[in-house]
Write a protein that binds this ligand. Structure first.
Ligand SMILES: [Zn+2]
Length: 176
């Protein structure tokens, strides 16, 4: 206990956060079955042959939920006013830039873990999980084994489980 108190004192004296922080983020998008041009992108990975998600950007619902989870730690919201400005004024549709924008406000803190929970009927997420983890590992600069991804159809109880869209929750852990 004394060691922990000492550590907290050291961190506080250095003007740093003394505790780990956890952020939760959620996002959901509806499929656009009429759009034959746009691609479905999840966690930066393209899912060929599936209807895309509706949205002004690439509508990457995984990256949006991660952006919100980071905002849950930094208290600076990116999705909304800031991302709209990037999207409409700078024509930035690639959602990885929204994640990077959110990360700017982390300061000296580091993301040490990410847990993602996806709900949808289609596409099948499991075969793409290794590719998504690899992509997120590069984007967030954390090891792949610090990124957990689960997917469920939720027994078809919600509109996501019925195939109308995708919902994602992300939980991010940030060290001082
Ligand atoms: Zn979104």
């Amino acid at each position: 206990m004394r060691q922990i108190k000492q550590k907290i004192y050291q961190l506080k004296s250095a003007g740093k956060d003394a505790f780990m922080r956890v952020g939760i983020g959620q996002d959901s998008h509806r499929f656009d079955f009429d759009d034959k041009e746009k691609k479905l992108v999840l966690g930066g990975v393209i899912f060929e042959g599936h209807a895309p998600l509706k949205g002004n950007s690439d509508a990457d619902v995984i990256l949006h939920s991660i952006t919100n989870a980071i905002s849950g730690v930094t208290c600076v919201n990116i999705l909304g006013e800031i991302s709209d400005k990037m999207c409409f004024e700078e024509n930035i549709k690639d959602s990885s830039y929204y994640v990077k924008e959110a990360m700017k406000y982390l300061g000296d803190s580091r993301i040490i873990h990410l847990s993602i929970s996806i709900e949808c009927k289609t596409p099948k997420i499991s075969p793409k999980i290794p590719e998504i983890r690899k992509n997120l590992s590069n984007l967030l600069n954390i090891p792949e084994n610090c990124i957990g991804i689960t997917a469920t159809t939720g027994e078809g109880l919600t509109d996501f489980g019925k195939g109308l869209g995708i919902q994602v929750f992300s939980c991010i852990t940030v060290s001082p």
